[in-house]
Design a protein around this ligand. Sequence first.
Ligand SMILES: Cc1cc2nc3c(=O)[nH]c(=O)nc-3n(C[C@H](O)[C@H](O)[C@H](O)COP(=O)(O)OP(=O)(O)OC[C@H]3O[C@@H](n4cnc5c(N)ncnc54)[C@H](O)[C@@H]3O)c2cc1C
Length: 557
Amino acid sequence: MVLSSNNIPDSKGINAYLRDKSFSKLLEYYCGKELFEQVENKFIELGEVVGSELEELALSADKNPPKLKKRSRVGELSNDIEKHPDFIKIEKFAFEKFGLAAMSHRHGVFGMQQPLPPIVKYGLTFLFVQSEFGLCCPLSMTDSLTRTLTKFGDKKLIDKFFDQLTSQDLDHLFQGAMFMTEQHAGSDVGSIDTYAEYEEGNWFLTGDKWFCSNPDADLAMVLARYNKNIIGTKGLALFLLPKKLENGDLNNYEIIRLKDKLGGRSFASGEIKLNRAFAYLVGNPDEGFKQMTDMINMSRLSNGVRASGMMQRCLQESLFISNNRHAFNKKLIDLPLIQKQLLKILIVTEASRSIVFKAADLLNKADKGDIVSQKIFRIITPLIKFRACRDVRKVAGDAMEIRGGLGYIEDWLDPKILRDSHLGSIWEGTSNIISLDTIRALKKDNNLQIFKNFLIDSVKINSEKKHEKHLLSVIDDVFNFVENEVQEDFTSSSRQITTSLYYLSSAIFLIEEGNYCEDLAYRSKISELIIKYKIDKNSPITRDYIDYNLINNLIKI
Ligand SMILES: Cc1cc2nc3c(=O)[nH]c(=O)nc-3n(C[C@H](O)[C@H](O)[C@H](O)COP(=O)(O)OP(=O)(O)OC[C@H]3O[C@@H](n4cnc5c(N)ncnc54)[C@H](O)[C@@H]3O)c2cc1C
């Protein structure tokens, strides 16, 4: 940490896990004490590099994007992506040291006897992304491809690739990717033209995939039309595309070029032409799209985790700067306007963390077969993808401003976070598409009522009696609005529905966390502010709402 005489605070060297006052208690709550004690040292270790070495590598990789090397020096197609050495060092942290792509699938990571639950992976990702966003894509692709393959692939196919997909050795590791989008088929997945032909027991894919992140991945999940007579998503089967054939030759596809992106510049996204490329069929051909949605949903959640982590970095930096920089003979933190800005950042940042950690908890229960958790997880995934990925855009801009002019300068992480923060709400489904997915999830079975009951139960268990009545009436108000709109099939309000349910849920999860221990009790206060500021639109944060106790307890460090 540098507190220089020239009044420019630099948080470099501060442990990013330890400086975040709520992190350890929240982890303890969601992991349970026993697991928390087993894994906390890994969070401390990662926190140590996030604010120093990892940040330096991330800044360097951002300035040195990967390059496509189409041909070898003897003129043969190579499809190689040259990664900057600093990006490879980041890969080593993520895939090797912290086993982030392996920990959900096999034992052995951190010496554990069994795979680790989602909260550990998402908790570490939340921390990791506070320096590096780009690698989180290949990481999540590898992790979610392994999940989808293990869920739907046949045993022979799983056995063939499982060890490499979950390896903690970069030289042995197979990374994953997902190729769906075509020039005319982005949101409209059902119009995909890429087709699959079956010949002598093998499948071959032909088509043009327009956006392919991690394009030189060893394995990619690809959607292709296996029956040209079936239109829409029904005719799409899921295939596993290997980069290399069994004899070691390159598979028949070509990376045409790499995209020159606004953000996420450290990793490659490209265009791929499939020229009768060999691929393995995954699961049932009639269920291709349905199977792929499992991978998509995991990726959507991962995007929410990243958005939340980036917001936390913005919050922590803003707090640090405000506590250490002076203007007009005062610390910034003592200026009412700065306090108000900080509170605005804090509220949405902590809301996102609560709902993201809750989602990890629900996923754990859902994967163990709990039906209610499956339904709630299905609903809150698009809520998170929609709102957290939009909130981070604003938070990134506001935090940049708190650093002042330096926030605009590339020596610091702020410009990179600002660029990176805009990707989450575009890929894996734009905001409109995601909000329509919320409506789809709510309309299925009796999901709306089940979701409402879930929130009501949480309030009854966790809120203080004096607040219960008010909270139940807020739930009623929001659900009355949602029920009316959903019944009308009024999709133009799908975005408001998604936002209202997101803030309502996170406000209730914050109360639950606040109940856990004295250190987290302040979270009920944040919940109150969310309800006033984000749900009751008539009460925007004005000076009256500034809670000086909250500021003293939380913001002054
Ligand atoms: C950096 C980057 C990496 C990517 N990596 C991958 C990858 O690895 N694999 C992959 O398959 N894809 C990838 N994508 C593609 C991405 O998922 C799509 O770009 C995205 O889904 C949007 O599709 P589109 O670009 O065709 O836009 P369109 O679908 O044409 O959308 C244009 C606009 O129309 C709106 N719209 C469309 N349909 C509706 C509707 N029914 N109602 C209301 N509004 C609607 C959208 O919200 C959007 O604002 C990547 C994209 C980017 C930017």
